[in-house]
Design a binder for this molecule. Structure first.
Ligand code: GCB
Length: 584
């Protein structure tokens, strides 16, 4: 519900570090919130009552320190840098509910498992560190206006979760994205989709969904004033109004001209506004067609991290900085790896003219055989698609990254790919695949490729295999599918300011030579239609232990953790300049 924020909950939240989960379990390890009274946990936010003898209460939010929301906890207190476990957050707020209104509590993201309580009562539990959480709290607000919300955030890594225990990024915990309360009328617009129809770029198609007691038989108005589109629709018994409107004259969104239209939807006393772009994306043989015209995806991979903090990006300024760097590199495309990024990021990409590859954290070795793990991945995928479906920039849904071949994995991944297509057949479906080698032959024949629109591989010649950068041009690619090839990763670490020759690992010159030779090698792939090298900026990664060159950072960034551009940045920039000349 970001369109109708009424009360921001961003800012200071009191917090309690609770590695033993004393605020959740009693001394017999039974959860307080499952007990008869439901009481006893930190979510009670209990205070000694003044009249009686002072009760024993062994916590006190109001005298505890504070953390900033949005923001991970790791980067806000040195003792939390490596912390994995539970932290309790509390914020008091005043809001008097008005008759005839509904109220929703919204969190952009909480990593990873969250239990959320309002005024001492549980609203629910959510898993997944990168997707929004929302509860209807209309009947839970206190009539006198004094309220408090308590969140148990737990970033413990577990094998059966999504992602699983092993990743190559920092396990930032906490309420990492904005929190707020939204207010709506009793009957309200809960969802909408306004996009060009599949295979018919001259038609706008979509729906508006109402919720609430009077959702059936209501009039809904779709208004795109600038395009002189105004339609009155009627909702069906389920509160849904679908539409299909001629849209020949709409200016198409593209990176060269990222045209967005002000779209307004209203019904009764409710109204939402959005800025939406319209474009088509398809493949034909080896080509990616944007608005019917072949394009080359000049991309870069990005984590949701501001390397200068360093920590999770905390607001629009951080996100704009990342995308401005991508534009400076000459990109028309970004891979938002390896999990759903902030909704603000998706909107900024629309505004700045960047196509987007959006991904779910099905990364490396997930528990392929566990049905709950699959369900979790599918829910995260559905939430991502739901959040991004009106964004013109998003052209690719990626269902995972570098997942090792096996039958259970193929079943899991192909089911996810089918699900993505079922939820949204107007965008391309992909996944970052692996390769295998036979001599100088690089072979791509992962059977998952059948289910995907692009052939995307992560390929680390010159870093993890293949010898020195100068040796890699001997490799040739043997790719089973006649589809556009978009190389989802290549790269190597370089410590900014460390210089050597082209064979000195960790030096800027090594990374520069690696990019030069990678681009030569990849240019021999006939179907090459894009790439998202790894990665725009250095980022924190626990696996990266070298005390001199890494120091807890993956240094494959083209920009360092202090914002310095490395030599390889300019190699890719020049290559993209040439591609833009050819295609734009
Ligand atoms: C990969 C992963 C990425 C890592 C990168 C690396 O293949 O997809 O998450 O960070 O390699 O640096 O090794």
């Amino acid at each position: 519900m970001p369109a109708r924020r009424v009360l921001s909950l961003d800012g200071n939240w009191n917090y309690i570090i609770d590695p033993y989960e004393n605020g959740f379990y009693d001394y017999r390890r039974e959860p307080f919130d499952q007990s008869k009274s439901g009481k006893g946990g930190y979510y009670d936010n209990q205070k000694p009552s003044s009249k009686q003898e002072p009760e024993l209460i062994e916590y006190d939010f109001d005298h505890s320190a504070t953390l900033q929301v949005p923001g991970d906890w790791n980067s806000q207190d040195p003792k939390l840098l490596y912390y994995e476990g539970t932290i309790w957050y509390k914020k008091s707020f005043s809001l008097k509910p008005q008759a005839g209104k509904r109220y929703f509590l919204y969190f952009g993201a909480i990593n990873y498992e969250s239990h959320i309580y309002l005024n001492g009562k549980k609203l629910g539990m959510h898993k997944g560190g990168f997707t929004p959480i929302q509860y209807d709290i209309t009947d839970r607000l206190s009539p006198d206006g004094d309220n408090f919300v308590v969140v148990k955030a737990d970033n413990t890594r577990r094998q059966d979760e999504v992602p699983t225990i092993n990743t190559d990024w920092w396990n930032y915990g906490g309420i990492t994205r904005s929190a707020f309360i939204a207010e709506t009328p009793e009957t309200y617009i809960t969802d909408y989709k306004v996009q060009l129809a599949k295979n018919d770029p001259n038609t706008l198609a979509g729906y508006v969904q109402l919720s609430g007691n009077n959702k059936a038989g209501q009039t809904v108005t779709l208004d795109i004033a600038e395009a002189k589109i105004r339609q009155q629709l009627k909702t069906d018994a389920e509160g849904k109004a679908s539409f299909s409107v001629p849209a020949k004259k709409l200016t198409r969104w593209s990176p060269q001209s990222p045209k967005l239209y002000a779209v307004s939807l209203s019904s009764g006393s409710d109204a939402v506004q959005d800025h939406i772009g319209f474009r088509s994306i398809q493949t034909r043989g080896a080509d990616v067609l944007l608005n019917g015209k072949p394009t080359f995806l000049r991309g870069i991979s990005i984590h949701d991290e501001n390397p200068l903090i360093p920590g999770r990006a905390r607001g629009e300024g951080d996100l704009r900085m990342l995308l401005t760097w991508a534009k400076e590199l000459g990109c028309n495309f970004v891979r938002l790896a390896h999990y759903p990024h902030n909704e603000t990021m998706l909107k900024l990409a629309d505004e700045l003219g960047l196509m987007v590859w959006a991904e779910v954290p099905v990364y490396w070795t997930i528990s392929w055989q566990n049905p709950a793990t699959y369900q979790n991945a599918e829910t995260q995928l559905s939430d991502l698609i739901s959040m991004g479906k009106n964004r013109a920039g998003i052209v690719v849904w990626s269902v995972g990254n570098e997942t090792p071949l096996s039958d259970p994995r193929l079943k899991f991944m192909s089911s996810l790919a089918k699900k993505a297509r079922e939820l949204d057949d107007t965008r391309l479906i992909s996944a970052a695949l692996e390769l295998h080698r036979d001599g100088n032959n690089v072979i791509v024949d992962d059977p998952l490729g059948e289910y995907l629109d692009l052939t995307s591989i992560n390929e680390y010649a010159g870093w993890y295999w293949g010898g020195k950068p100068s040796e890699i041009t001997k490799y040739t690619f043997n790719i089973k599918y006649n589809k556009p090839v978009v190389i989802s990763e290549f790269g190597g670490d370089a410590l900014a300011g460390y210089h050597g020759d082209a064979e000195t690992r960790w030096s800027e010159e090594y990374q520069e030579a690696l990019y030069q030779n990678q681009l030569k090698m990849l240019s021999t792939i006939g179907n090459l239609r894009g790439m998202t090298p790894w990665i725009l900026t250095d980022f924190r990664a626990t696996r990266r232990q070298h005390p001199v060159y890494q120091n807890g950072f993956n240094r494959k960034g083209l920009i360092s953790s202090s914002g310095q551009k490395k030599k390889a940045f300019y190699v890719l920039q020049e290559f993209y300049r040439q591609q833009a000349q050819k295609y734009d």
